[in-house]
Write a protein that binds this ligand. Structure first.
Ligand code: 2AM
Ligand code: CA
Length: 277
């Protein structure tokens, strides 16, 4: 495959930041006993990686705006382009020495997602896609899995953590319903990689609520270019606005959406039933 100038720029930024993250990841286990603890170290690693990506992309594409996990919004003079950047997606995994984390870079042009890159420095997996150009993992073309039956499917999800307890009840009812029909369910801890795994046909579907544009922008491009279906968790196109994702191949995506809707309806019906007792 021939990489575009844009993708070369994105790749160079991710590989450079990735070298730092990989080095820091190698240190994280030693830090479990340090005085300050690994939390501060991870956030320093996070910030360093973001600074690298920000500097590289600003230099190569001056004027583009940024939305970043650490630095927030940086307005650019070029209002038609915005980068969505997560320098370390899967922070909790990184902190625990689990090699499931990634740098995620998505580019929005005139309100459309046009390019995405997700790079896991621990495994050296580089996922890239540009609108209309296909999706690739380390130069191999990606295609979502062909499995149609949920009973054979491997589904991933995101579990709202302790500090997002408001989402627990809804997630539990959704998971309960998915568990009734799907072959297996996993929780991997990196939204960006979850989406890449679906794009690569390693997993068959994924849903999560409460994530951000920088978690999903790159993954959305990758999924679409791999022939996947991606919507918000209600089946609409407002993933970036409402922070929810549901994806898979055409049939698994449709079935997952049905199960989420069913779970939600069941939850709404439950208080009524109680009142009737
Ligand atoms: P992060 O690792 O960059 O925080 C895990 O299900 C996904 O949710 C990850 O992509 C994670 O990104 C994201 N996420 C967003 N807010 C989170 C939070 N408060 N705690 C843990 N993960 C969060
Ligand atoms: Ca993230």
């Amino acid at each position: 495959m021939i990489r575009s100038a844009l993708m070369n720029v994105m790749t160079a930024a991710a590989l450079k930041a990735g070298r730092g993250l990989k080095r820091d990841f190698g240190e994280v286990e030693n830090l479990q006993v340090s005085v300050k603890g690994p939390g501060d170290f991870v956030s320093a690693a996070d910030k360093r990686a973001e600074k690298t990506v920000f500097e590289e992309l600003s230099r190569a594409r001056p004027g583009y705006g940024f939305l970043m996990e650490e630095g927030g919004r940086v307005e650019g003079s070029d209002k038609s382009h915005t980068w969505h950047i997560d320098p370390l997606d899967g922070t909790t995994n990184f902190l625990h020495g689990l090699p499931i984390f990634a740098i995620s870079i998505g580019l929005e042009r005139e309100g459309q997602l046009v390019a995405g890159l997700v790079y896991n420095p621990a495994t050296d997996d580089l996922y890239i896609a540009e609108r209309g150009q296909g999706a690739y993992l380390n130069n191999t073309r990606l295609r979502v899995a062909a499995r149609r039956d949920l009973a054979d499917a491997l589904i991933t999800c995101g579990i709202p953590p302790l500090n997002r307890a408001a989402g627990h009840a809804r997630f539990q009812s959704e998971l309960a319903n998915v568990m009734r029909h799907a072959g297996n369910v996993r929780r991997l801890g990196s939204a960006a990689l979850d989406m890449c795994f679906v794009a690569a046909g390693r997993c068959d579907g994924y849903w999560e609520r409460g994530i951000q544009t920088w978690d999903m922008a790159a993954g959305i491009v990758l999924l679409r270019e791999a022939g996947g279906f991606v919507t918000d968790a209600d089946g609409g196109g407002e993933m970036m606005a409402n922070g929810t994702i549901c994806c898979g191949n055409e049939s698994i995506h449709r079935r997952l959406l049905d199960l989420l809707r069913e779970a939600d309806m069941g939850r709404r019906a439950a208080p009524l039933k109680a009142a009737q007792l």
